[in-house]
Design a protein around this ligand. Structure first.
Ligand SMILES: Cc1cc2nc3c(=O)[nH]c(=O)nc-3n(C[C@H](O)[C@H](O)[C@H](O)COP(=O)(O)OP(=O)(O)OC[C@H]3O[C@@H](n4cnc5c(N)ncnc54)[C@H](O)[C@@H]3O)c2cc1C
Length: 570
């Protein structure tokens, strides 16, 4: 490919990258290039598009970067497996499709940091609304909070299995309340969840944003294009170097292929590589901690010690029970039933293949000291691990549970100057007293709910962790042995103005250089209370206006629920 000039080069056609590419290329005078390391999200591929197939891409090199953490010191030295989407749409093409904005107070927390005032809830809400078409909201109390004409169509989980009925009954028996919409006025409470599914198909960021824009002559999307380095002239980013990694990744219309490094030049480079890929690419390109880069022989462009610091995530366990009644969705997972499930989905986009199974759950405070919910629950009418393995072997149900804004912090650091070598991921899960005490509270609350009378007809006993795990010590030991990531790594190129911040809150520009921005889950200063796809997409929507110089959407200072005010808060 002859070096060609673009106005914007987007590295990573993932969740944020897809949204950004669609918004930026809406101006026909702007030339946008997207370089995605993974393959296309082929329309024929049921592993991407059939919601219930969500366990298949995990661990497959065709879709997944296949990361593992360093040995985690507080998890008995275990390495934690981290899936990340390596395909057009990025992680939104392989994720669980659960749509959670987080709590409004997450954004008040962001805004309380120096320079971050334009990231409070009032400023973020219009962008949450712009991205979505929430089918369940019209005519409900949360209508004012929800969008109705954005590209992301959101269905509400039907939650009709009788086990969901028992779950909603049980949370109330345990002293918690229902809420009509966890993404609306009141997050705290229990409800059916929104999901990125439309007409029985996964609606990834690529499908919602990128594909409808792909025919624009000013947008070029190249798959199997692994960006290896950002090019600089002094401290100004001028383009990127990339390698095409497969024949299908050749550039449309040119027939060009092969593995020789190529270059693309642009007015701006926007890195959307995700919480691992973005700090890795910055460090490979000389933007990071100068002494660490020096040790690897990487020439330093700017000394930015926060790159790859501040790594945050959600750790979770599955509290599982056997079911006396044969009502769970376990039969749909049996190998002999899968062809029928797939056929029904292929022909009618319905049946067990058309759901992500994460149809309901809720948010609660684990103690009276926290200002807003710090626990998220996903309830499933089946006992199964995320990778599809099931210890129940029969009918069962489970709750996924874990603290949502732990104060443990980790790092993403290069181990070599080889752009194809994975960086070292150290999370330090469970490393603080608060983290550990919230864990024992979380498991106790899950058990309290699952042992309410509403489950009497179903409860065949606890499968995991099992009754032998009872003291706080035993619970923590079990968490250390059994917990997995909820797959929400974030915050490694954090916005802010402090010494460890990486990106400017007003522009998402990388400090200390020009022509370079980061837009993805890595720019969050603090992980939000819930799954983080929706916050990532909100960041991309807001970033599009900041980058194009548009007048930002006006803030919407709308009252929302806070338990400590006794009423609403603005
Ligand atoms: C299995 C799984 C389940 C999840 N479930 C949920 C859920 O149900 N709900 C939810 O809210 N969140 C969920 N998440 C998390 C959520 O999907 C992600 O946090 C979010 O999509 C991240 O968006 P992003 O734009 O930051 O990164 P991504 O969407 O991961 O995009 C990054 C893109 O950059 C590309 N890339 C990286 N490096 C390079 C490079 N050097 N050159 C070119 N391209 C590059 C990648 O291939 C990828 O396409 C899940 C994540 C996973 C992996």
């Amino acid at each position: 490919m002859a070096p060609e000039q673009f106005d914007y080069i987007i590295v990573g056609g993932g969740s944020a990258g897809s949204a950004l590419a669609a918004r930026l290329s809406a101006d026909p005078t702007t030339r946008v290039l997207v370089l995605e390391a993974g393959r296309p999200d082929y329309l024929w591929d049921p592993f991407i598009h059939m919601p219930a197939a969500l366990t298949f891409p995990i661990g497959s090199r065709f879709y997944d970067w296949q990361y593992s953490s360093e040995p985690e010191p507080y998890l008995n030295g275990r390495r934690i497996y981290h899936a990340r989407g390596k395909v057009l749409g990025g992680s939104s093409s392989i994720n669980g499709m659960i749509f959670q904005r987080g709590n409004p107070l997450d954004y008040e927390r962001w805004a309380a940091d120096a320079g971050m005032s334009s990231w409070d809830y009032a400023h973020c809400l219009p962008y949450f609304k712009r991205m979505e078409n929430c089918l369940a909201a019209p005519g409900t109390p949360s209508e004012a909070f929800r969008g109705s004409d954005g590209p992301l169509v959101l269905e509400r989980g039907p939650a009709t299995n009788p086990l969901f009925g028992a779950w909603f009954e049980a949370v109330q028996q345990a002293g918690y309340q229902l809420t009509d919409d966890v993404n609306g006025y009141r997050q705290e409470g229990f409800a059916a969840f929104d999901r990125n599914i439309s007409h029985g198909r996964r609606l990834s960021a690529a499908r919602a944003y990128l594909h409808p824009a792909m025919s624009r002559p000013n947008l070029r999307v190249v798959t199997r294009a692994h960006t290896t380095r950002i090019l600089f002239s002094g401290t100004r980013a001028t383009g990127v170097e990339f390698v095409l990694t497969g024949p299908a990744g050749t550039i449309a219309g040119t027939g060009a292929g092969g593995s020789a490094p190529r270059q693309a030049h642009g007015g701006e480079v926007i890195v959307c590589g995700g919480a691992f890929g973005s700090p890795q690419l910055l460090q490979l390109s000389g933007v990071g901690n100068a002494s660490e880069l020096g040790r690897l022989g990487i020439p330093v462009v700017t000394d930015l010690p926060g790159v790859g610091e501040n790594l945050q995530d959600h750790l979770e366990v599955y509290v599982q029970y056997g079911s006396k009644l044969p009502v769970s969705v376990a039969p749909a997972l049996k190998w002999r039933n899968r062809p029928g499930v797939a056929l029904r989905w292929a022909l009618a986009r319905s049946g067990p293949g058309a759901t992500n199974h994460f149809e309901a759950g809720g948010f609660a405070r684990s103690n009276d000291k926290v200002r807003y919910p710090n626990l998220m629950f996903h309830f499933l009418p089946i006992a199964v691990r995320y990778d599809g393995s099931s210890p129940a072997g029969g009918h069962g149900y489970q709750v996924h549970i874990g603290p949502m804004y732990s104060d443990s912090r980790g790092t993403v650091k290069l181990v070599s100057d080889d752009p194809f070598a994975k960086p070292a991921l150290q999370f330090n899960y469970l490393s603080t007293p608060t983290d550990r005490s919230e864990w024992t509270e979380a498991v106790a609350i899950a058990r309290k709910i699952l042992n309410q009378p509403a489950f009497d007809d179903f409860n065949a006993g606890e499968l995991s962790p099992g009754p032998e795990v009872s003291s706080e010590r035993e619970v923590l030991d079990w968490v250390a042995r059994d917990a997995e990531t909820a797959l929400h790594p974030s915050c490694t190129c954090a916005m802010g103005t402090g010494p460890l911040s990486v990106t400017d809150p007003e522009s998402l520009a990388v400090h200390g250089v020009s022509g370079l921005r980061v837009v993805d889950a890595s720019v969050m200063p603090y992980v939000t209370n819930g799954n983080i796809y929706a916050p990532t997409m909100m960041i991309a929507e807001k970033a599009a206006d900041l980058i194009m110089g548009n007048t930002p959407l006006p803030p919407e200072p709308i009252p929302y629920y806070r338990h400590d005010s006794g009423s609403d808060a603005v």
